[in-house]
Design a protein around this ligand. Structure first.
Ligand code: UD1
Length: 341
């Protein structure tokens, strides 16, 4: 049987590279498309090394319709996974037009090109940010979305709506949006992982860079929240588990396992961890002391969120498997690999 072929748009990025590995290991043909604006070619090399496969790479901007047409003509795709987007919440507040232009244009160009070439399936990288600060925890897929608090978050909501409406107008199109909670960790080989440019904005890269001596001290943003230890609570999902969720989402569509042509799922662990719990777990599993201090709350942060993942479990047969200890050990192994420690 011919293997299904998947375009991974944004496949040189953090989640895209891990997803490419899992797709190849599950028997899919994969083509990586990335303009390398916020990713490095070394991730493509890492993925090739892990899988022992010369995965094709096309350096193309997803907003470039003519270039996308060429890629869609060169290969015969069965599905697209769309990761190619900007993702820094704070930056999006200062550069809203860049976020709206890039994140929406790339999605619309991908969808238009898919329709023009008869490619029927798309998996989209969405985020738990669409829920804002929910009244009730954990959040299920029926929890209402709230008005976005950043242009980044707004692009996620608008992108979900664009896919839903396009799938409604074109019944041959199927879309699944995966609402990620907080992706962390790295591949167990330490050959791929997160590669933040400049000062990391997210917690785990800041922790690993502090442990490596690149940053002097981690600031824990707030210890006066209404949570058991006062620090904010999130649902930290291992990036390899998250990558596997994309594989099952693709399989669901190419194997026609669902009648709905637009669906969305929470992808988390179902467990909330506070910033301080995460810091202490990192110290314990990696046997080191982290230099950290309590700092004021970060503007725009919510207090707590974690996922109810029962829908993904029931419908996709997916659930997170790696323990937080394995994940935090992998994050540190990746940082050490990067720095030659
Ligand atoms: C945010 C977005 C999420 C997005 C993700 C990726 C929201 C509500 N969430 O997640 O949609 O996918 O970024 O960029 O918009 N922290 C510290 N010190 C640090 C860094 C972080 O204490 O140096 C704390 C934060 O205050 C927060 C937790 O760690 O409580 C996690 O922060 P972070 O990794 O930045 O992710 P989110 O803000 O949860």
């Amino acid at each position: 049987m011919k293997k299904a072929c998947v375009m991974v748009a944004g496949g040189a990025g953090y989640i895209g590279s891990h997803t490419t590995v899992e797709l190849v290991e599950a028997g899919y043909d994969v083509v990586i498309v990335d303009n390398l604006s916020n990713a490095d070619i070394s991730a493509v090399e890492g993925v090739r090394k892990i899988t022992g496969t010369e995965i094709p790479f096309e350096q193309v901007d997803c907003c470039d319709r003519a270039a996308m047409d060429r890629v869609f003509s060169k290969y015969r795709f069965d599905a697209v996974i769309h990761f190619a987007a900007f993702k820094a919440v704070g930056e999006s507040v200062n550069k809203p037009l860049e976020y709206y232009r890039n994140n929406l244009d790339s999605l619309m160009t991908v969808l238009e090109t898919m329709l023009a070439h008869g490619v029927p399936n798309i998996v989209f990288s969405s985020s738990c940010t669409v829920y804002g600060q929910p009244d009730k925890l954990p959040v299920t897929e029926s929890t209402p979305r709230q008005a976005a608090t950043s242009p980044y978050g707004n692009t996620k909501q608008m992108s979900e709506d664009i896919i839903r409406d396009t799938a409604k107008a074109h019944p041959e199109l199927h879309g699944i949006a995966l609402r990620y909670f907080n992706p962390i960790g790295a591949h167990p080989t330490a050959l791929i992982g997160e590669l933040p440019k400049g000062v990391p904005q997210n917690l785990v890269p800041f922790i690993t860079q502090t442990a490596a001596g690149i940053r002097e001290c981690l600031s824990v943003f707030g210890d006066d929240y209404d949570t058991p230890d006062g620090s904010a609570v999130r649902d930290y999902i291992d990036v390899v588990d998250l990558a596997k969720a994309h594989v099952v989402a693709v399989a669901r569509m190419v194997e026609h396992k669902s009648k709905a042509n637009y669906e969305f799922f929470n992808i988390g662990t179902g467990r909330g961890l506070s910033v301080l719990e995460l810091v202490h777990a990192f110290e314990k599993v990696n046997k080191l002391k982290l230099n950290y201090k309590i700092a004021p709350r970060r503007a725009g942060d919510i207090v707590a969120i974690w996922a109810d993942t029962s829908l993904a479990e029931k419908e996709l047969g997916w659930k997170a498997e790696r323990s937080i200890e394995e994940t935090l050990a992998s994050a540190w192994a990746w940082e050490k690999h990067l720095r030659g420690i």
